[in-house]
Design a protein around this ligand. Sequence first.
Ligand code: ATP
Length: 363
Amino acid sequence: MAAITIKNVNKTYADGFKAVKDVSLDIADGEFMILVGPSGCGKSTLLRMIVGLEDITSGDMIIGDKRVNEKAPRDRNLAMVFQNYALYPHLSVFENIAFPLRLRKAPDAEVKERVTNAAKLLELTEHLDRKPSQLSGGQRQRVAMGRAIVREADAFLFDEPLSNLDAKLRGQMRTEILRMQRRLGTTTVYVTHDQTEAMTLGDRVAVLRRGVLQQVASPRELYEHPVNLFVAGFIGSPPMNFLPAAVRGDQLELPFLTVPLTPSVRERIGDRTLLIAGIRPEYFEDASLVEDSKRDRGSVFEVPVDVTEWLGDSQYAYIPYEAPEDIQAQLRELEQELDSEHLRTQMVVSLDPMSRIRDGETA
Ligand code: ATP
């Protein structure tokens, strides 16, 4: 096992496109690190540079205590699991898992022992004689993971491994990957654009945008203290609402409401007067259910609601607003069901989230 250190790494493709810009990231030994960001942000490129499938234009890639920039992929002792699993259709599950061991001409007894152990861990024992075409998507995924396990690699690298699976299986496999990583304690780097995977799997999450690293933090830290508007808007589903806000004396004016500024928010705002306030959908509540004490901390205001969506355990209410999008509120409990006939309703918004965005909030 090994730590992975990425130091000031850049990638410029042959056509001059800069896909990764001065990224530095320390991945600890045994850590589960997620690389997340929108399509084209450079996450796969970064992963491919770690594993050696892509040249590094400048900077240092260090695995353990060795600089590996010039090392071939096979000399880095890393195991990569691809989106399409890269299984050999003509080989049995056993031989697919055994493949890296056969390559290095491991003795039969060792191959048998390692493959049997990996199969047990991944609950594939009954399927060892089958061909990949006789397996479900999830089982194929496990075979691909088995191949990574038997190599006893220093780190596992995953490139969107679950994106071909249906939602239910994706959920199951997510749990399995997490369980396996915890059991083996192997350093893992996992690329995804899926919010849920990013938030549930990672010890830490690295958010990339246009090749630039925005923030590296635990899922909770990212959610509660995003460093800029991009991270604030990217992490969280449904996404954070952004509203223009203006400081007027001791008050903050937002569309539909004016709230008193608490000392801590005041301090963070400093001498800025125009801001963008970020309010997560779940910070809205139905005002009729809110205790008086809580009302003092937030602000009750009346807003028009034009569309609602019922999801079983909560409802989304859409508050029409000109730009850039409607405001979305997620209401857990409701005195009565909101429907499109209730065009005005009272809601409470907590002031706290407005202090959450530390940077980039000047409108
Ligand atoms: P996705 O989620 O869509 O897979 P990604 O974040 O993994 O996206 P990369 O595959 O790392 O993105 O690509 C980053 C950027 O580099 C993209 O804009 C892509 O078009 C560009 N790119 C990738 N490969 C090459 C190449 N060989 N030559 C030029 N540009 C490339």
